[in-house]
Structures are given as structure tokens and as C-alpha cells.
Design a protein around this ligand. Structure first.
Ligand SMILES: [Zn+2]
Length: 324
């Protein structure tokens, strides 16, 4: 009985996804057909101090273990920022409280499970490679949230670079002298094409006085962020569509640069905006036609990340399992 039950119970994995605005966590199962399934998800605002972050991560993992129907076997965490090979952040514009902080040890001590911490987009790239494109020769994952993260899987392995800091395109400069980025530079890709930049573009449109439909959405919601724009796009608002078209153009600028350098066969788009599906993919493809040379000769597939908005949690859980 016991062995039969063990054989039929898929591994339960814990994933954490830390971004600039939220810490999300969940329990993910790896089904017999290889698909990952999110059973439980919870989220809290990103704590501001290192001490509060350690406490929140330990508390979330402890709670998820208690809530999981079966004992989890591993913990994976994805963190926005440059994460060194030892799992410690060395630079993180949107999660500065992680820099230099050992998050692995307190998690291991709290849950007695193997813990792996990596860049948030690296784990999305690994999960996408496993779930969507196991034969891809070069897969690029880009996540859009508070900032922009990136992960690169070449020949089935994460391309980490000399110090483990490769594949971070958010701070490529795509608009020299452009808007100030949280890293201190001007014109970084994430300053014009992150989820936050989408909200900022909408607020500029309203401030300029030419976007009454977005202004009405801002009044109704009490805020104007990327979410209000995507809701407007889905509803067919012209104002929102104009802002969306401009923003997806900036998304395409960065992708075109990555395409020229890497020639990937798969690009995976993650983060909250990936819930837009074809509305995102079609618009970006249209822009790319005028930006990426020899696009028709490439074998490029542009897709949204598995797990949709929860791709970060699912990817972290799978990366933690892979790392066992
Ligand atoms: Zn920057």
C-alpha cells in the first residue's frame, strides 16, 4: 500500500518568486505527464528590510509546507536581480534588500529541505525549456514586472556567464539619454518596457490631456498602472491601445537586439503581462517585422511563459527540484 501510494503521488515542490512589489509563493506538483500544476498560491507585499524579507520567506515556506497535501521535497526561489553562483544577490535595483544577504541558510534551517535560489527569469527560462521546448538550441526568457529579467538556456543548460550574471537584459541601454532607471543609468530597457513603464506611459498620456478613457479608468480604479492599461486594451479602448502599441514597440526594441546577438529559436515572455496572450504576442511580432533583420529566415518562436502570471512561482519550484 505504502509503495503504491508513493508511486502515484507526484512530487510536491515549493516555489517562491520575489519581485520589486510582491513576494509570491506556491506549492507545485510535477504530474506524471511532466506538466507542472500550481496547487496553492499566496502573496504578500515585498518587505522593505533584509530582516523582514528573511522572516517573510521563512514564514511563507513554513505555511506552504503546512498547507500542502503532501510533504514537499524541495524549495526553489527566484529573485529579481543579479544572483551570484552561490545564490546571493550582488546587484538588485528592484529588490535592494537582498544584496549580500544569505537567504539559503535560514530557509534550510527552517524547513530542512534542499533550497536553490536563482535569478527570477533564469528559473522561468528553465521551466519553459522543460515544459515548452526541451529541444530548443537557444531559449531566451524575458520577464516583465517592476523591472525586466532575463534568462538564457543554451543547449539545455543555463548560460550563466563568467560570474553567474549573464542574461540580464533589463539594463541594456536602448534609449540613450532616456528615462532614468532605478539602477541609476538612463534609457535602460526596463525604464521604457517594464510593467512599471507601461503604467508610467499611461500616466504621461493622461497628464498630456489626450487620453480621456484612461483618465476615466484611473478615476474608477483610484490608480493608473499597467493593469488598467491591459484591461483597457481588452475592452477595446483606443487610449489604452495607443499606449499599449507604444509600449510593445519598446518591448520589441530590446527583443530585436537580443535576436541579433543570440539568434534564439524560442523567446518566452513572462510576468503579469503574459496573461495578455495573443494581444501581447501579435503586437510584439508586428513591431519586430520592422526591427529584427532576417526575421523570416530565422526559426524563431515567440510564446508566453507556462504558468501565465504564476510562471515565476512554477519556474522557481521546478528549478528547486532540478537542483536536488
Ligand atoms: Zn537600469
Amino acid at each position: 500500500m505504502v509503495s503504491a501510494r508513493l508511486l502515484t503521488t507526484p512530487p510536491h515542490l515549493i516555489g517562491l518568486d520575489l519581485g520589486g512589489t510582491k513576494l509570491a509563493g506556491g506549492v507545485v506538483t510535477l504530474e506524471p505527464d511532466g506538466a507542472a500544476r500550481l496547487l496553492i498560491e499566496e502573496r504578500v507585499p515585498t518587505p522593505e528590510s533584509s530582516e523582514a524579507l528573511v522572516s517573510a520567506m521563512v514564514g511563507m515556506v513554513t505555511h506552504l509546507i503546512g498547507a500542502s497535501p503532501h510533504q514537499p521535497v524541495s524549495v526553489g526561489a527566484g529573485i529579481a536581480g543579479h544572483i551570484g553562483l552561490d545564490g546571493v544577490a550582488v546587484q538588485a535595483a528592484n529588490t535592494p534588500m537582498t544584496v549580500g544577504v544569505d537567504l539559503v541558510t535560514p530557509l534550510v534551517e527552517a524547513c530542512s529541505l534542499p533550497v536553490r535560489i536563482d535569478n527570477d527569469a533564469n528559473v522561468v527560462a528553465l521551466a519553459a525549456h522543460r515544459e515548452l521546448a526541451p529541444t530548443a538550441s537557444a531559449l531566451v526568457a524575458v520577464t516583465f514586472g517592476t523591472g525586466i529579467g532575463g534568462g538564457l538556456v543554451v543547449g539545455g543548460e543555463l548560460w550563466r556567464g563568467a560570474a553567474g550574471l549573464a542574461g540580464e537584459p533589463g539594463h541594456m541601454i536602448v534609449a540613450a539619454g532616456g528615462p532614468k532607471c532605478r539602477c541609476g543609468q538612463r534609457g535602460c530597457w526596463e525604464a521604457v518596457a517594464s510593467g512599471n513603464a507601461l503604467g508610467a506611459a499611461a500616466r504621461r498620456a493622461v497628464a498630456a490631456g489626450g487620453a480621456p478613457l484612461l483618465a476615466a479608468r484611473a478615476t474608477a480604479a483610484g490608480r493608473l498602472e499597467g493593469r488598467e492599461v491591459t484591461e483597457g486594451v481588452k475592452a477595446g479602448d483606443d487610449d489604452a491601445r495607443r499606449v499599449w502599441h507604444e509600449w510593445t514597440g519598446w518591448v520589441a526594441v530590446g527583443l530585436a537586439n537580443l535576436i541579433q546577438v543570440i539568434d534564439p529559436d524560442v523567446i518566452v515572455l513572462g510576468g503579469g503581462v503574459s496573461a495578455m496572450g495573443d494581444l501581447l504576442l501579435d503586437s510584439v511580432r508586428d513591431h519586430l517585422q520592422g526591427m529584427a533583420l532576417a526575421l523570416d529566415a530565422r526559426r524563431l518562436s515567440l510564446v508566453c511563459a507556462p504558468g501565465g502570471p504564476a510562471a515565476g512561482v512554477v519556474g522557481a519550484a521546478l528549478a528547486g527540484w532540478t537542483g536536488c
